[in-house]
Design a protein around this ligand. Structure first.
Ligand code: PEP
Length: 250
């Protein structure tokens, strides 16, 4: 059975006080043994989050990192810095990074390499924009994002990769891909991985869906065969909502 994962991307929300409050809320709840739960607070709160969750089955991820490990990159944070505060998982290629911070597939390929060289797990995000779906180009776009940003890695490295399909038109919009649309794309992606790296790799990699997942729709989306969990934005900012999503697996 593939690993079931629910990850909360807190984006640029919550100072230290609110971060600790949200973590306290999460820590009052029982985490199901068969679900890997991850939270991604802002850089400034990663250390405190990691310390707070040290004995608790919730992992801490960063929302981004630079591809270089050190140097003159004012304002950036490296893999080694993240690891120095206990963080070994990083979200790469979120659509907000691609759109607002000009992260290309080429840059993301370099970030993936850095993550792997530093023994980190990368949650690799990809997904089409609304216009691309309307033009029936969504499969091509996703294929290109994966082939250019990720498929240069070795088959042995796939243990350190989690995929996250996030159609841009569904992120923060309240509009969710239908469970059938999610399944269709996840199956397509699993087939791409299988063609390039073999069936064993494809069957093992977890593919998360992200885009307006909420307590009310999570169970139906997660019930699809190739959907192995979710990357959650807005609903991850409330402990009860996030835990309802974590508990949505049948
Ligand atoms: C996200 O930002 O990764 C996301 C899925 O956001 P939301 O759940 O708010 O759509």
């Amino acid at each position: 059975m593939r690993k079931q994962i629910v990850a909360g991307n807190w984006k640029m929300n919550n100072g230290l006080d609110k971060t600790m409050e949200l973590l306290s809320g999460l820590k009052t709840q029982v985490i199901p043994e068969d679900v890997a739960v991850i939270v991604a607070p802002a850089f400034t709160n990663l250390y405190n989050a990691f310390e707070s969750l040290r004995t608790y089955p919730i992992a801490v991820a960063a929302q981004n990192m630079h591809q270089a490990t050190s140097g003159a990159f004012t304002g950036e944070v490296s893999a080694t810095m993240l690891k120095s505060v206990g963080v070994t998982t990083v979200i790469l290629g979120h659509s907000e990074r691609r759109a607002m911070f000009w992260e290309t597939n080429e840059i993301l390929a370099a970030k993936v390499d850095t993550a792997l060289e530093n023994d980190m797990t990368a949650i690799f995000c990809f997904g089409e924009e609304l216009e691309e779906r309307k033009n029936d180009n969504h499969f091509n776009i996703v294929k290109e994002q994966l082939q250019e940003g990720l498929f240069h890695i070795k088959a042995a490295n796939w243990d350190s990769i989690v995929l996250a399909y996030e159609p841009v038109w569904a992120i923060g919009t309240g509009e969710t891909a239908s469970p059938e649309q999610a399944q269709e794309m996840h199956k397509f992606v699993r087939n791409l991985v299988s063609d390039a790296f073999g069936n064993d790799v494809a069957e093992k990699v977890s593919i998360l869906y992200g885009g307006s997942v909420k307590p009310g729709n999570a169970a139906e989306i997660f019930s699809k065969e190739d959907v192995d969990g979710g990357l959650i934005g807005g609903a991850a900012l409330k402990a009860d909502d996030f835990m309802a999503i974590v508990n949505a697996f049948a």
